[in-house]
Write a protein that binds this ligand. Structure first.
Ligand code: HEM
Length: 326
């Protein structure tokens, strides 16, 4: 999500008069987070509680030789392209979230087919940071925003400046012209292990082969709220939409348990893991039949041990799925 941008930009950045009491301590669990998402965006039958507006695609992934030097995961060692199913989405739980919104993240979710009916998943958003460092902070944020009370919302952001970083980052950049022309980050720090047992902490980043292309504010305003889907179909009619998947190599001291902290990626080495090729659209039912689960990793990849957002996502996605599948 997100944020997956869960709340209007103004709510992140505006200077509100202070203060009003926002619960200092929240006890988040998967149910309370999904309920809080519903409180902000409305509960909509049969759809995701977050990243609701989106569509399904298919394609493949071709690893580089270097990928194997970092991880023994099957999709990084395959001699042939690995099939994948993907989904592009807008952050937040509004089924009609406008594609031209600047302060909302774009998402890409991938199931890599690693054989025998198994997949491993990777979810990325178009900003290098999330809006909360832990589930309690996320619940407090959503709870504050759901009140629609400017004082409460202002007090939250005053007390939690790390939660404003994502919107600041998005607002400093243009609206992406396409899902195919923006960078995506995996947010969490993963640990890769190669065949020799050597480990390396990394963050994923996918760079569009078409380059980063944005719209002016005027161009964005003139767009249809649902322009990304036809735009991508038109692009795909001419050839695959590709991304270079990279691993940014972490160094000692880089934060690994707080998804609101940036790594200084321009001062870090990165390794090209391979090329994601989106080759066509796919029936949305294929993507809606299950969840894209960030914790669904495979031997050679490990999630962050002390990042409490990471396991909570899996639980919250399962709650969202349970409700939308009814
Ligand atoms: C505790 C924190 C979070 C909560 C509670 C949360 C909640 C959700 C929920 C409920 C869904 C819909 C799941 C479904 O019905 O299939 C979702 C989807 C998604 N989330 Fe999160 N999320 C969190 C953090 C993150 C982070 C850090 C990222 C960054 C990569 C992220 C990226 C995505 C993406 C890309 C999707 C769309 C998946 C799809 O297309 O099916 N989320 N999130």
């Amino acid at each position: 999500m997100i944020f997956k941008r869960l709340v209007p930009a103004a709510m992140f950045v505006a200077a509100f008069s202070l203060p009003a009491a926002v619960p200092a301590h929240a006890e988040a669990d998967a149910e309370s987070l999904v309920n809080a998402l519903n409180a902000v965006f409305g509960a909509h039958d049969g759809v995701r509680a977050a990243h609701t507006h989106g569509f399904c695609v298919k394609g493949n992934f071709t690893p580089t030789a270097e990928a194997a030097s970092l991880s023994k995961a099957p999709h990084f060692n395959s001699k042939t392209p690995v099939n994948l199913i993907g989904r592009f989405s807008m952050g937040g739980g509004n089924p009609a979230a406008p594609d031209f919104q600047k302060d909302n993240v774009r998402g890409i979710a991938l199931h890599f087919d690693i054989g025998n009916g198994n997949t491993t998943d990777l979810l990325m958003i178009s900003a290098p940071v999330f809006v909360a460092k832990d589930p309690d902070q996320f619940l407090s944020l959503l709870t504050a925003v759901a009140t629609k009370d400017k004082e409460k919302i202002g007090a939250f952001f005053q007390a939690n400046p790390n939660s404003t970083r994502q919107a600041q980052w998005l607002n400093a950049r243009p609206v992406p012209a396409s899902f195919a022309t923006v960078n995506y980050w995996g947010i969490h720090a993963f640990t890769f292990t190669n065949a020799e047992g050597k480990t390396q902490v990394i963050k994923y980043k996918a760079l569009p082969v078409a380059g980063e292309v944005g719209l002016t504010d005027e161009e964005a305003k003139a767009k249809d709220p649902d322009f990304y889907r036809p735009e991508l179909a038109e692009r795909l009619a001419k050839g695959p939409v590709q991304f270079t998947l990279t691993a940014i190599l972490g160094e000692p001291g880089d934060p690994v348990d707080n998804p609101t902290e940036l790594w200084p990626e321009d001062q870090r080495k990165s390794v090209t893991l391979g090329t994601i090729s989106i080759t066509g659209t796919e029936d949305d039912k294929t993507c809606d039949a299950g969840i894209f689960d960030p914790t669904l990793v495979v031997d050679g990849i490990e999630g962050p041990a002390n990042d409490t957002i990471f396991p909570m996502r899996s639980a919250a996605y399962a709650v969202s799925f349970g409700r939308r599948a009814k």
